[in-house]
Structures are given as structure tokens and as C-alpha cells.
Write a new protein. Structure first.
Lengths: 240, 240
DNA sequence: CTATTTCTTTACCCACGGGTAGGAATGCTA
DNA sequence: TAGCATTCCTACCCGTGGGTAAAGAAATAG
């Protein structure tokens, strides 16, 4: 079905998804920028559900109860659509960096704040697009642009780690690898969050930061069990 | 160019990529299974470079210096190709679980061993396919199969974490979220490893395990700096 | 009330790529 | 040497989907 439809428009059966300013709120939301934004959001949602390559522009148009050329009226190409979604997502993270720059707390706390926002951004509607926008799907120019934004975020995290090591709030470590580990864990949220929304983005982010901070190795003061039990359990004879 | 080529086969200009058993080693590698395997590997490499959707079967065939129908002689569909790559990758991880089951060491050490193998698998030639094989690109049947394999790995990690908490080798934590964080960090390696191969898979895995174990918060006995410096640095007045 | 701009549609183009039909080599068997 | 099986190729099919031309509807201007 290539942007075709039975001539008489199907009556808007359900009261429309509220994100579609066309047939509803016709008077107020006439503004062009708003419509464009709605297109981007609809694209994000569809990419989210079916992936970039499995989403056709007809799908996006259908989600907005519009036809394909209308989408093209607000956007020049599919790749631009993906790009805009990416930017919308990454902008949230950049904002987190800006906000944190003002705080006069140890770098680890600033890092934690950034990571929390990072996690929430990945769990947001643009998370998938932000995380999965691949250079391979984009023109060289946009690919470069995305790469530089990604790199900016990466460098920001590394910087906070270095500062944390300097001011003593972060254990000495390799900033590059550590940044990769942190960002990777958070990015991956986008992969499972759709399937498992039992927690909010903020809750996940908090849980992750807790893991990052403490690590797996038990800290002193943790509960102790007697040596015999521990040895037995370590053998793997633990009941299932 | 749809599997077409100038009639006289272009002379094999370069001495062939060694992974293509067709024109070289004609006698020995005549075995069918080997050829099929070569097809899978070639597919993995191409998916790696350009992504699943941006790789055509003509591309894969070309990489093997063969034509498309030949590929179809060894494989029934593109999605099966992806599926096989996935299985090849995940099998390495399952093997790690099996190997570790015999060890009588604390669960944290067993977990670390698994994570190290996990990381190496992700950095291997099948890593990308394993990590990025999405249900959306596959038939329902294969999608289910992949999901169950993924879930098996996930549950395996959670189990080791629970056991570690039990035997005291792992700090108390939420096994589910912790498993997500660990697996996410490792999975993400597939995204940047192609671009940055400055470390081997084993080195990366080791570095990551170090981060996971210790966490960011400085442990007692770490180096201390005097309180004044720390406060000053924490202000963000640190020279860049 | 006409003219012009803005927005949306119908109807179409066509490259790409997954997949196949059928035949030609090649080799193996008798 | 005929006959059968395996392997690979040439040539093709056709659905999908990104993208466009051009005309119609709706709003705005003059």
C-alpha cells in the first residue's frame, strides 16, 4: 500500500492519539514547527517499535493519519528524520552536562548526576534512535555530525572521571575504558526497556548508578557468613 | 547490479582472502560444511561492516567471489544467515557458562570468568551479529529462539550474582539490574570495537571486569589528598 | 470575490534487493 | 560411456519503499 487509501477518508474512529495535530485541535496547532515536531516524534515512536529499516515512511504517515507526501512536506528525507530523533535524544544529555557544570560537589557526584540523566534520556522516547543511529545508515555529512556529538558526550564522561580521580572522589582507573563501560550499560537500556517497563527511567538510572559506585566486590562492613558455609557454597553445592 | 557480471570471469586479481575456499584449496576444502561455514563467516564480516540491512546477498556473494544463487545453495534465506551468526556468537558464551560450572571458586570469580569470555565473544567476528540480532528483523519462530537463548544467558548471569551474594563474594545488590548493567556494558563493546581496536577483546574484558569489581567509589586504603586541595578541586577550578 | 500562498492529496516512478527457474559444468558411479 | 548427483551460474521476477510531480483543497491576502 503505497500511500493509497479508500477515497472517502475513513471516519476518525478513535479520538486520535493526541500527538497528531491534524484532524484534532485544528485551530490551535496550526503552527508549522509543531507539526514538524509531531512528525519527528511519530517517527521516533515507529523506529522504536519496528526499527529504522523496518519502518517505512508510509508507516509514519499512517501513524499521523496523513499521507506520505505530507511527511515529506515537513522533512526532506528519511535519514533526516532519524537524525532529528538522534539530536533530540542527545540534547537531553548535553543539557545534563551543562547543568552539572555549575555544581560545586565532588566530581563523582557530578558524574552520577549526568549518568542519571543519561539513563533517563535513553529510556525516553528518543532513546532508541539516539543509541542506535548508525553511521552506516546515514550520509557521510550526518554521520560525521553524529559522531562528533557522540564523541562530545564520551569525552565529557571521561573528563568527569579524570576529575574524580584527581579530587579523590573516584578510585583510580582507566578513564577511557571506564567511560565505555558506563555508557555501554546505559545505552543498552534502550534494548530492553521497551520489553520490560517495570521500572521508570529514573529508577533504572538510580539502580545503575548504585552498581557503578559500589562495584561487585563486597565492601568492608558487609554481612559476613562463617567460613565453612562460604566454602561449601563456593563449591557450587548450593541448592540450585 | 543484480548478481550480474561480465561474462568472462574476472581473473582472481589478488590471491583471495584466504577465507574463500572456492578458487583456492580446491581439493581439500571441498567439504560442504566448510563452505557453508565460510558463507556464515563472510556474512558476519559484511554485517559487521555495513549492518544487516545495508548488506545485500550480492555483497556477501561478492566477498566470497561467488554469485548470489551459490549463497542460496548453502543457506535458505538472509534471515537464516543472521540467525546462524547469532548462534555462533552466543555459543561461545554458553560454553563459558558450562566451563565455569565445574570450578569450585567463589561465585564472583566464576562470574568474572564468564564476563571475560562474554567480552571476548562480543569482540569476536560474530559479536556484532549476536548483539544486534533483533527480533524485528526475524520471523516469529527465529525471534522466539533467539529470545530464549538471550534469556538463558541473562538468567545465567543473574544466577551467578545471586550465588555470589549468598556466598559473600558479591556485595548485596539487585541481581536483575546488575545483570543488565554488566551485560549492557559488554554488549556495547560491539558498537565501538570496530572503530577502536587498540585493545584486544581479552584486554577489554579484563579492564571491564576490573571496573565492575571495584566500582567508582574509592576504597579504603586508596591514596588520599589533603582536604583543602580536594575541596578546591571539587569546585571545578581544576585546570581543564 | 479573485489571486496567491500554504498545505495535503492522488498517482506515479524506479532502483534495490530478496528470492527463484532452469541450465551448464563438474564430478562421481557403473 | 552413459547416467545421475552435486555445484554453481546466467537470467530473470516482482514486491517494497524512498522519493516526486502535479493537481486539488484550505486558508490568507488584497
Amino acid at each position: 500500500m503505497n500511500s493509497r487509501r479508500p477515497s472517502p477518508l475513513p471516519p476518525p474512529k478513535t479520538p486520535v492519539a493526541a500527538a497528531s495535530p491534524w484532524r484534532t485541535n485544528r485551530e490551535r496547532l496550526r503552527d508549522r514547527a509543531l507539526k514538524r515536531e509531531a512528525v519527528i516524534r511519530a517517527a521516533a515512536r515507529e523506529f522504536n517499535r519496528k526499527g529504522y529499516h523496518n519502518t517505512s515512511l508510509d508507516d509514519i504517515a499512517a501513524a499521523l493519519e496523513v499521507t506520505k507526501p505530507t511527511v515529506y512536506y515537513y522533512v526532506t528525507s528519511k535519514e533526516q528524520l532519524l537524525f532529528q530523533c538522534f539530536v533530540a535524544g542527545v540534547e537531553q544529555i548535553r543539557a545534563a552536562f551543562r547543568a552539572v557544570r555549575e555544581l560545586s560537589v565532588p566530581a563523582r557526584e557530578r558524574l552520577n548526576a549526568v549518568l542519571r540523566h543519561y539513563g533517563e534520556a535513553v529510556a525516553s522516547e528518543f532513546g532508541w534512535c539516539m543509541v542506535r543511529a548508525e553511521e552506516q545508515d546515514l550520509s557521510p555529512a550526518m554521520s560525521r555530525h553524529i559522531k562528533s556529538l557522540k564523541s562530545e558526550v564520551d569525552q565529557g564522561i571521561r573528563r568527569l572521571i579524570r576529575e574524580g580521580i584527581q579530587d579523590g572522589s573516584i578510585e583510580a582507573c582507566d578513564p577511557k575504558m571506564t567511560a565505555f563501560a558506563l555508557a555501554g550499560a546505559l545505552n543498552w537500556i534502550a534494548h530492553w526497556y521497551r520489553e520490560d517497563q517495570s521500572l521508570t527511567g529514573a529508577q533504572i538510572a538510580t539502580a545503575f548508578v548504585t552498581v557503578f559506585e559500589g562495584g561487585l566486590r563486597p565492601r568492608r562492613g558487609a554481612l559476613h557468613i562463617d567460613a565453612r558455609t562460604r566454602r561449601r557454597r563456593a563449591r557450587g553445592t548450593l541448592a540450585r
